[in-house]
Write a protein that binds this ligand. Structure first.
Ligand code: FPP
Length: 237
Protein backbone atom coordinates (compact mmCIF):
# COMPACT_ATOMS: atom_id res chain seq x y z
CA UNK A 1 0.00 0.00 0.00
CA UNK A 2 2.95 2.34 -0.55
CA UNK A 3 2.37 5.33 -2.73
CA UNK A 4 -1.40 4.83 -3.10
CA UNK A 5 -4.10 7.41 -2.89
CA UNK A 6 -6.73 6.31 -0.40
CA UNK A 7 -10.26 7.15 -1.58
CA UNK A 8 -11.97 9.62 0.72
CA UNK A 9 -15.32 7.81 0.66
CA UNK A 10 -15.82 4.06 0.20
CA UNK A 11 -19.35 2.60 -0.06
CA UNK A 12 -20.04 -1.11 0.28
CA UNK A 13 -22.93 -3.35 -0.74
CA UNK A 14 -22.40 -6.24 1.67
CA UNK A 15 -23.80 -9.22 -0.17
CA UNK A 16 -23.58 -12.99 0.21
CA UNK A 17 -24.38 -13.57 3.90
CA UNK A 18 -27.13 -16.05 3.04
CA UNK A 19 -24.95 -18.03 0.62
CA UNK A 20 -22.09 -18.09 3.13
CA UNK A 21 -24.41 -19.68 5.70
CA UNK A 22 -25.95 -22.08 3.19
CA UNK A 23 -22.53 -23.37 2.15
CA UNK A 24 -21.97 -24.36 5.78
CA UNK A 25 -25.43 -25.82 6.35
CA UNK A 26 -26.26 -22.98 8.76
CA UNK A 27 -29.44 -20.87 8.98
CA UNK A 28 -29.29 -17.61 6.98
CA UNK A 29 -29.21 -15.53 10.12
CA UNK A 30 -25.80 -16.98 11.00
CA UNK A 31 -24.50 -15.38 7.83
CA UNK A 32 -25.73 -12.01 9.12
CA UNK A 33 -24.17 -12.64 12.53
CA UNK A 34 -20.82 -13.31 10.84
CA UNK A 35 -21.40 -10.35 8.50
CA UNK A 36 -21.76 -8.04 11.49
CA UNK A 37 -18.37 -9.12 12.84
CA UNK A 38 -16.89 -8.24 9.48
CA UNK A 39 -18.60 -4.82 9.57
CA UNK A 40 -16.96 -4.18 12.92
CA UNK A 41 -13.51 -5.15 11.63
CA UNK A 42 -13.97 -3.18 8.41
CA UNK A 43 -14.77 0.00 10.35
CA UNK A 44 -11.45 -0.33 12.17
CA UNK A 45 -9.53 -1.27 9.01
CA UNK A 46 -11.00 1.64 7.05
CA UNK A 47 -10.21 4.14 9.81
CA UNK A 48 -6.61 2.86 10.02
CA UNK A 49 -6.19 3.08 6.24
CA UNK A 50 -7.18 6.75 6.36
CA UNK A 51 -10.59 6.45 4.69
CA UNK A 52 -12.67 9.42 5.87
CA UNK A 53 -16.15 8.11 5.03
CA UNK A 54 -17.32 4.50 4.99
CA UNK A 55 -20.92 3.74 3.99
CA UNK A 56 -22.52 0.29 4.23
CA UNK A 57 -25.88 -0.97 2.96
CA UNK A 58 -27.25 -2.80 6.01
CA UNK A 59 -30.98 -3.02 5.28
CA UNK A 60 -32.85 -1.99 2.16
CA UNK A 61 -36.46 -0.90 1.77
CA UNK A 62 -36.92 -4.22 -0.08
CA UNK A 63 -35.48 -6.35 2.76
CA UNK A 64 -38.81 -6.22 4.66
CA UNK A 65 -40.05 -8.81 2.13
CA UNK A 66 -37.75 -11.48 3.60
CA UNK A 67 -39.12 -14.09 6.00
CA UNK A 68 -40.28 -12.85 9.39
CA UNK A 69 -37.59 -14.97 11.01
CA UNK A 70 -34.81 -13.35 8.98
CA UNK A 71 -36.14 -9.80 9.46
CA UNK A 72 -36.40 -10.45 13.22
CA UNK A 73 -32.83 -11.73 13.30
CA UNK A 74 -31.61 -8.60 11.52
CA UNK A 75 -33.56 -6.40 13.96
CA UNK A 76 -31.95 -8.23 16.90
CA UNK A 77 -28.55 -7.58 15.35
CA UNK A 78 -29.33 -3.85 14.94
CA UNK A 79 -30.41 -3.77 18.58
CA UNK A 80 -27.14 -5.30 19.69
CA UNK A 81 -24.91 -3.34 17.32
CA UNK A 82 -26.30 0.11 18.06
CA UNK A 83 -24.93 -0.52 21.56
CA UNK A 84 -21.76 -2.29 20.48
CA UNK A 85 -20.93 0.45 17.99
CA UNK A 86 -20.98 3.03 20.79
CA UNK A 87 -17.85 1.29 22.09
CA UNK A 88 -16.18 0.66 18.71
CA UNK A 89 -16.88 4.20 17.50
CA UNK A 90 -15.68 5.69 20.79
CA UNK A 91 -12.41 3.72 20.76
CA UNK A 92 -11.72 4.63 17.13
CA UNK A 93 -12.90 8.27 17.19
CA UNK A 94 -15.54 7.45 14.57
CA UNK A 95 -18.75 9.40 13.99
CA UNK A 96 -21.75 7.24 13.13
CA UNK A 97 -24.61 8.43 10.95
CA UNK A 98 -27.64 6.50 9.73
CA UNK A 99 -29.36 7.17 6.41
CA UNK A 100 -32.77 5.81 5.41
CA UNK A 101 -36.24 5.98 6.89
CA UNK A 102 -35.78 4.98 10.52
CA UNK A 103 -39.37 5.60 11.65
CA UNK A 104 -40.40 2.10 10.54
CA UNK A 105 -38.16 0.49 13.18
CA UNK A 106 -39.19 -0.43 16.72
CA UNK A 107 -38.96 2.50 19.18
CA UNK A 108 -36.00 1.04 21.09
CA UNK A 109 -34.01 0.62 17.86
CA UNK A 110 -34.79 4.23 16.90
CA UNK A 111 -33.63 5.36 20.35
CA UNK A 112 -30.44 3.33 19.92
CA UNK A 113 -29.77 4.92 16.51
CA UNK A 114 -30.39 8.43 17.86
CA UNK A 115 -28.13 7.83 20.84
CA UNK A 116 -25.37 6.44 18.63
CA UNK A 117 -25.52 9.50 16.39
CA UNK A 118 -25.58 12.08 19.19
CA UNK A 119 -22.89 10.35 21.29
CA UNK A 120 -20.46 10.10 18.37
CA UNK A 121 -21.34 13.43 16.69
CA UNK A 122 -18.03 15.10 17.57
CA UNK A 123 -15.73 12.21 16.59
CA UNK A 124 -13.40 13.20 13.78
CA UNK A 125 -11.28 10.34 12.44
CA UNK A 126 -13.88 8.79 10.12
CA UNK A 127 -17.62 8.97 9.47
CA UNK A 128 -19.34 5.59 9.35
CA UNK A 129 -22.64 5.81 7.48
CA UNK A 130 -25.11 2.94 7.86
CA UNK A 131 -27.98 2.70 5.38
CA UNK A 132 -30.99 1.18 7.15
CA UNK A 133 -34.46 0.90 5.65
CA UNK A 134 -32.75 2.71 2.81
CA UNK A 135 -33.70 2.79 -0.85
CA UNK A 136 -32.32 5.42 -3.18
CA UNK A 137 -35.63 6.04 -4.93
CA UNK A 138 -37.35 6.36 -1.57
CA UNK A 139 -34.66 8.84 -0.45
CA UNK A 140 -35.22 10.88 -3.62
CA UNK A 141 -39.00 10.72 -3.11
CA UNK A 142 -38.69 11.96 0.47
CA UNK A 143 -36.34 14.76 -0.52
CA UNK A 144 -38.66 15.94 -3.33
CA UNK A 145 -41.55 16.01 -0.85
CA UNK A 146 -39.54 18.21 1.53
CA UNK A 147 -38.31 20.40 -1.29
CA UNK A 148 -41.86 20.99 -2.54
CA UNK A 149 -42.98 21.86 1.00
CA UNK A 150 -40.09 24.34 1.29
CA UNK A 151 -41.03 25.79 -2.09
CA UNK A 152 -44.61 26.26 -0.98
CA UNK A 153 -43.47 27.86 2.26
CA UNK A 154 -41.26 30.25 0.27
CA UNK A 155 -38.00 28.88 1.74
CA UNK A 156 -36.67 28.13 -1.76
CA UNK A 157 -37.83 28.99 -5.26
CA UNK A 158 -38.04 26.64 -8.27
CA UNK A 159 -35.20 28.57 -9.88
CA UNK A 160 -32.93 27.63 -6.99
CA UNK A 161 -33.20 23.87 -7.59
CA UNK A 162 -29.58 23.18 -8.55
CA UNK A 163 -27.75 19.83 -8.33
CA UNK A 164 -26.11 21.05 -5.12
CA UNK A 165 -29.52 21.94 -3.70
CA UNK A 166 -30.88 18.48 -4.51
CA UNK A 167 -27.84 16.89 -2.81
CA UNK A 168 -28.54 18.99 0.27
CA UNK A 169 -32.04 17.51 0.57
CA UNK A 170 -30.83 13.90 0.41
CA UNK A 171 -30.08 11.85 3.54
CA UNK A 172 -26.40 12.13 2.63
CA UNK A 173 -26.39 15.95 2.84
CA UNK A 174 -22.92 17.14 3.86
CA UNK A 175 -21.27 13.81 2.97
CA UNK A 176 -19.10 13.82 -0.18
CA UNK A 177 -20.13 11.38 -2.94
CA UNK A 178 -18.41 7.96 -2.78
CA UNK A 179 -15.17 7.64 -4.77
CA UNK A 180 -15.34 3.84 -4.74
CA UNK A 181 -18.21 1.35 -4.53
CA UNK A 182 -17.49 -2.24 -3.53
CA UNK A 183 -20.02 -5.05 -3.99
CA UNK A 184 -19.27 -8.52 -2.71
CA UNK A 185 -20.52 -11.98 -3.74
CA UNK A 186 -20.24 -11.65 -7.52
CA UNK A 187 -23.44 -9.68 -8.08
CA UNK A 188 -23.02 -6.62 -10.29
CA UNK A 189 -26.06 -4.46 -9.58
CA UNK A 190 -26.74 -1.24 -7.68
CA UNK A 191 -29.92 -2.57 -6.01
CA UNK A 192 -31.33 0.91 -5.38
CA UNK A 193 -28.23 2.08 -3.47
CA UNK A 194 -27.06 5.73 -3.66
CA UNK A 195 -28.19 6.17 -7.29
CA UNK A 196 -27.61 9.94 -7.29
CA UNK A 197 -24.42 9.85 -5.24
CA UNK A 198 -22.64 7.12 -7.26
CA UNK A 199 -22.83 9.02 -10.57
CA UNK A 200 -19.02 9.32 -10.90
CA UNK A 201 -17.75 6.54 -8.60
CA UNK A 202 -15.45 3.66 -9.54
CA UNK A 203 -17.01 0.21 -9.04
CA UNK A 204 -15.18 -2.84 -7.66
CA UNK A 205 -16.93 -6.20 -7.79
CA UNK A 206 -15.53 -9.26 -6.02
CA UNK A 207 -16.70 -12.88 -5.74
CA UNK A 208 -15.77 -12.91 -2.06
CA UNK A 209 -18.87 -13.35 0.14
CA UNK A 210 -19.32 -10.58 2.72
CA UNK A 211 -18.56 -12.77 5.78
CA UNK A 212 -15.22 -13.68 4.10
CA UNK A 213 -14.32 -10.04 3.34
CA UNK A 214 -10.99 -9.06 4.95
CA UNK A 215 -8.65 -6.09 4.94
CA UNK A 216 -6.66 -7.63 2.03
CA UNK A 217 -9.77 -7.37 -0.18
CA UNK A 218 -10.31 -3.74 0.84
CA UNK A 219 -6.69 -3.01 -0.03
CA UNK A 220 -7.15 -4.74 -3.42
CA UNK A 221 -10.16 -2.54 -4.13
CA UNK A 222 -8.16 0.56 -3.24
CA UNK A 223 -5.30 -0.56 -5.50
CA UNK A 224 -7.74 -1.09 -8.38
CA UNK A 225 -9.15 2.38 -7.70
CA UNK A 226 -5.64 3.78 -7.94
CA UNK A 227 -4.86 2.02 -11.21
CA UNK A 228 -8.05 3.37 -12.78
CA UNK A 229 -7.39 6.86 -11.44
CA UNK A 230 -3.90 6.73 -12.94
CA UNK A 231 -5.19 5.63 -16.35
CA UNK A 232 -7.73 8.40 -16.29
CA UNK A 233 -4.94 10.84 -15.40
CA UNK A 234 -2.82 9.57 -18.30
CA UNK A 235 -5.66 9.87 -20.81
CA UNK A 236 -6.23 13.45 -19.78
CA UNK A 237 -2.56 14.37 -19.72
C1 FPP B 1 -26.87 -9.39 2.01
O1 FPP B 1 -26.71 -10.77 2.10
C2 FPP B 1 -26.86 -8.79 3.31
C3 FPP B 1 -27.93 -8.20 3.92
C4 FPP B 1 -29.25 -8.06 3.32
C5 FPP B 1 -27.82 -7.64 5.26
C6 FPP B 1 -26.47 -7.11 5.59
C7 FPP B 1 -26.47 -6.75 6.98
C8 FPP B 1 -25.47 -6.94 7.82
C9 FPP B 1 -24.15 -7.55 7.51
C10 FPP B 1 -25.67 -6.45 9.18
C11 FPP B 1 -25.20 -5.03 9.24
C12 FPP B 1 -25.13 -4.63 10.59
C13 FPP B 1 -24.68 -3.45 11.04
C14 FPP B 1 -24.56 -3.25 12.46
C15 FPP B 1 -24.29 -2.36 10.14
P1 FPP B 1 -27.86 -11.71 1.56
O2 FPP B 1 -28.64 -12.15 2.75
O3 FPP B 1 -28.64 -11.02 0.50
O4 FPP B 1 -27.01 -12.88 0.99
P2 FPP B 1 -27.41 -13.83 -0.22
O5 FPP B 1 -27.48 -12.97 -1.44
O6 FPP B 1 -26.28 -14.80 -0.25
O7 FPP B 1 -28.72 -14.46 0.14
Amino acid sequence: MDDVRVPKHVAIIMDGNGRWAKKRGLPRKMGHVEGCKVVERTVEDAARLGIKYLTVYAFSTENWKRSEEEVDALMQLFRYYTKRLLKIAGENNVRVKMIGERSRFAPDIIDGINKLETTTANNTRMTFVIAVNYGSRDEIRRSVTRMLADCQAGVISAAEVSEERISSYLDTAGIPDPDLLIRTSGEERLSNFLLWQLAYSEFYFTDVLWPDFRKEELVKAIEMYNSRERRYGDAKG
